[in-house]
Design a protein around this ligand. Structure first.
Ligand code: COA
Length: 595
């Protein structure tokens, strides 16, 4: 069938649906539905057999839905309606939730139902974004595939929305407003604070005030040990801040300064005597950043609560990078928010990797993050830097340094364990490992070009062709399309795919890693790896791959064509960049000095 996606963003869910439906022989066209005219134009152009809206914030015009079947993916149980479904489910601690595929009609979310699938909600709520990328996506895939089959059968009659039916347990809910989300630091207990924050993460965030700054809060983690006056900022760690609650504390990893707040902030700092702030500290509003980067000098005097990557914890706390040893295998978990890796995070990861390599184990597993294995360099931190071109350069070199160490590991077999999606340099990072395993359903975007023609580094010109061959490497990097696990396995991008939820997948990878570590011929494995590396090095040194890639990246970052800078700005501000943003890029004449 010819299927048209009308979607507000071609996000992880719509990419996954595209992959699943394409694998089943359907032809999918994706149209970003930013307005009625765009939707009408796309339908007239494509004349589709079926329209699917994987994630649509606007209403489909009557002219379309009255003539064609339009299936809406709604992240709620049957009968649920409204734009804040997941927010309410998390905030109110619903034990189960679901996804319903319903037909577009005059009233939003009130059309007849084609399919619905439920799942248990974790007792300790996940962030909304995490739920969306995991449970919701799985249920949506099931629901859409079922609805498409029913549509093809031409016999199915969708079930009307009728609240008299017992299965219609949902109801119409309003948009969740900031007043519904507000935290009362003098009253809310830690679990309640975390729940509120997670119900709003990744968007819109909970609006709050820290040191008088109006900020949205993201990335909540329970803290069981640290204590202080409710609401006070009592510690910092790896860019996150810890705020006391009435019965404990909560870590908040990211903040976004409310738009137009920067000038107020400047005035406020000046009043507080931060004479240098105008010159050196100017937080940018509208970008989600590590919390301490937003707060800058206001964090002076707040103690660092250092937590080594190996420390064993008998309570809840927050740690971005964690090292655990089991059965002769060292596992490195690096759960960076949104999978984005800043210069500092890359160097922390490299240190953790070098530590893992210093251990008398045989296998190292790169576990990445739960939602994203990695999405490459940190575009938000780069955007907020005084000189984004220089920061891009620092960041790409830092991630290259991580990849370099993985590639040059001669004491261990390295395994990449992709529990979540991976994009750009983050997808390539995984290929530096000797074995790559992915969870069924993970989406890969192993390309850079979409970011303003970025050439990319991370030694991709070495690791990608070595796995999939030069022609396929060329196709993957040029076509800029998402790839599913079936294709990834078929073309050798990954070595194995295991089904199951994140925990089940982790167990299967751990078993694989342990079996490699205990193999009788382990030393032969390692010798073969050495030989391959030495032969490859003789054919072309790693340094040459890096130098060639970085020469191209230098032009992207510092050259006269600002396409990458524009694309990054557009990505970071989601197409809503402030009108008059100061030019903070390196002037070309400073280039040689800057790098
Ligand atoms: N730096 C900073 N933030 C990033 C990021 C990066 N490299 N990659 C993703 N994010 C953020 C997004 O801004 C979004 O933030 P929000 O939800 O908090 O607002 C969040 O991660 C999820 O991203 P989204 O694009 O919605 O996820 P997706 O699963 O639909 O798409 C990608 C994943 C990887 C295709 C897409 O995020 C992307 O193109 N990222 C940029 C990758 C890149 O160019 N990296 C630099 C070159 S190495």
């Amino acid at each position: 069938m010819n299927i048209l996606f009308l979607t507000t963003a071609h996000n992880s869910l719509s990419q996954r649906l595209l992959i699943e439906l394409t694998e089943r022989g359907h032809k999918i066209t994706v149209s970003i539905a930013d307005g009625e005219a765009a939707m009408l134009g796309a339908v007239a152009r494509e004349n589709p057999d079926l329209i699917i809206a994987p994630m649509l914030k606007a209403a489909i015009p009557e002219e379309i839905w009255s003539k064609r079947v339009c299936l809406i993916v709604h992240p709620g149980i049957m009968g649920d309606r409204g734009p804040s479904s997941l927010d309410w489910a998390i905030a109110e601690g619903a034990p189960r939730w679901g996804v319903t595929v319903l037909q577009a009609a005059a009233e939003m979310d009130a059309g007849p139902i084609w399919a619905s699938h439920e799942f248990p909600l974790p007792q300790v709520a996940d962030a909304k974004g995490s739920l969306y990328r995991n449970e919701v996506t799985e249920a949506a895939v099931k629901g859409v595939l079922e609805a498409v089959e029913k549509f093809e059968s031409r016999r199915f009659r969708p079930v009307p929305l009728d609240y008299a039916r017992p299965e219609m347990r949902g109801r119409l809910r309003p948009t969740m407003a900031q007043k519904d989300r507000a935290i009362d630091w003098a009253r809310d207990r830690t679990d309640e604070v975390v729940r509120k924050l997670r119900a709003a993460d990744s968007a819109p965030g909970v609006l709050d005030s820290i040191f008088g700054l109006p900020v949205f809060l993201y990335g909540a983690h329970n803290e069981d040990r640290l204590k202080g006056a409710p609401g006070a900022v009592i510690a910092q760690r790896d860019g996150a801040i810890c705020r006391a609650t009435v019965d404990g504390a909560v870590w908040i990893t990211h903040l976004k300064l409310k738009r137009e707040a920067s000038h107020d902030a400047d005035r406020r700092f000046a009043k507080q005597g931060y004479a240098y702030c105008d010159a050196e500290f100017r937080p940018i509003s509208g970008i989600k950043l590590p919390a301490t980067q937003i707060l800058g000098p206001l964090m002076r005097g707040v103690p660092e609560a250092v937590l080594p990557v190996v420390a064993e914890l008998d309570c809840r706390s927050y740690r971005e990078i964690r090292y655990v040893e089991r059965d002769g295998v060292g596992h490195i978990y690096f759960d960076f928010y949104n999978g984005a890796m800043s210069t500092e995070q890359c160097y922390r990861l490299r240190d953790a990797f070098l530590f893992a390599r210093s251990r008398p184990t045989r296998v190292i597993v790169l576990q990445g993050g739960k939602d994203f294995f990695s999405n490459g360099i940190h575009l938000n931190v780069i955007e907020a830097a005084d000189d984004p071109a220089v920061e891009s350069w620092r960041n790409i070199n830092a991630i290259d340094d991580v990849v370099y160490e993985i590639l040059n590991t001669m004491s261990h077999i390295v395994v990449a364990s992709l529990r979540g999606n991976a994009g750009a340099g983050g997808a390539i990072l995984a290929l530096a490992a000797d074995k790559v395993f992915a969870r069924d359903g993970v989406v890969f975007n192993p390309h850079y070009k979409g970011m303003g023609g970025l050439y990319g580094s991370e030694y991709w010109t070495y690791v990608l062709p070595r796995r999939v061959g030069a022609p396929r490497a060329q196709e993957l990097t040029e076509a800029c399309r998402p790839m599913g696990t079936d294709e990834a396995k078929r073309i050798g991008f990954v070595d194995g795919v295991f089904a199951g939820d994140v925990a089940g997948f982790e167990r299967q990878v751990a078993a694989q890693a342990a079996s490699i570590a205990s193999r009788g011929d382990f030393w032969n494995l390692l010798r073969d790896k050495h030989e391959r590396r030495v032969n490859d090095e003789r054919a072309k040194p790693l340094a040459a791959y890096r130098a060639e890639e970085l020469a191209k990246m230098k032009v992207n970052f510092f050259g006269p064509d600002a396409a990458y800078h524009r694309a990054r700005e557009n990505f970071v501000f989601k197409g809503r960049a402030p009108a008059a943003k100061a030019d903070r890029s390196s002037a070309p004449e400073r280039l040689s000095h800057a790098v």
